[in-house]
Write a protein that binds this ligand. Structure first.
Ligand code: PAF
Length: 272
């Protein structure tokens, strides 16, 4: 039976378990992470906490979709063991958490357009790890830079937690599932498929020409032609988040663009 709790007691703290932190407004991407977790045959904790510290824009925080009743219904039907819905003063209890810096990479790509975002993400994830004490935690591949920085934080802080990557789930038209999609109109959802189409176009062009800069320039032109405002379209080495070089095994094309004034992110991996 699913237990909805606001705090983790000693008994739950000491269990071997797998953890999926979320900000709620659950969709099929989250469900896929939970199905990945089930394969580990351990109790599952899913947290729902819209973390104010990772929003650099107050309106974005205010407008972030919240649907706790529906979320709990979904998690109960999936037989998740514990749903943690902590209050902010428990998560950010005075002197019980420390601010984590996401360093240089946290200032690039997403971080360039959302200053402080990744410091806020790492701060809450580290604190939630301390509260929940998981053996394994699972994060979606759509938030590729977040996943990279969390793995790096786990290494830097010597945390004994295995971080698993859950695959991106897409709508039929290719749009990556995101809680923010709930804020899109029907025409917006149709328009938003162009983000993934553009990533496919750029990666194919790169594989044909082996020229990143050319592929990305063409991708930016395609954004312009489809009237989508773009924040960035870039490529990195997936392992390091640095500029790819001759030793790079996997590339990641990363992008953020706006549809209906909603900012959406996506990425595409290319093996070399
Ligand atoms: O990816 C998210 O939903 C959030 O950034 C996370 C990891 C739950 C931290 O608030």
């Amino acid at each position: 039976m699913t237990q909805v709790i606001e705090k983790i007691d000693n008994e739950i703290y000491n269990l071997e378990k797998v953890f999926i932190p979320t900000m709620g407004a659950l969709h099929d991407g989250h469900i896929s992470l939970i199905n990945d977790a089930k394969k580990l045959n351990l109790p599952i904790v899913v947290s729902i906490f819209v973390n104010p510290k990772q929003f650099n824009d107050k309106n974005d925080f205010k407008n972030y979709p919240r649907n706790i009743i529906n979320d709990i219904e979904i998690l109960t039907s999936l037989q998740v063991d514990f749903v943690l819905t902590p209050k902010s003063d428990y998560v950010y209890e005075r002197n019980k958490y420390s601010k984590i810096s996401s360093g240089h990479i946290g200032t690039l790509f997403e971080g360039k357009f959302r200053p402080g975002h990744f410091d806020g993400v790492l701060t809450v994830v580290k604190r939630l790890f301390e509260i929940v004490n998981p053996n394994t935690a699972i994060f979606g591949a759509k938030d590729a830079q977040q996943l990279f920085l969390i793995k790096q934080m786990v290494k830097d802080h010597n945390l004994k937690i295995t971080i698993l990557e859950g695959s991106t789930v897409r709508e039929k038209n290719g749009l990556a599932m995101s809680s923010r999609n709930q804020l899109l109109s029907n025409t917006g959802k149709e328009q938003a498929k162009k983000i993934y189409q553009n990533l496919l176009y750029v990666s194919k062009l790169f594989l044909k020409t082996k020229d990143f800069s050319f592929a990305i320039e063409e991708g930016l032109e395609k954004y312009k032609a489809s009237n989508l405002k773009v924040d960035y379209l870039e490529v990195v080495n997936k392992e390091t988040f640095n500029i790819p070089d001759e030793n790079t095994k996997e590339l990641l094309f990363l992008t953020a663009a706006y549809v209906d004034n909603i900012r959406l992110i996506d990425n595409l991996k290319v093996e070399l």
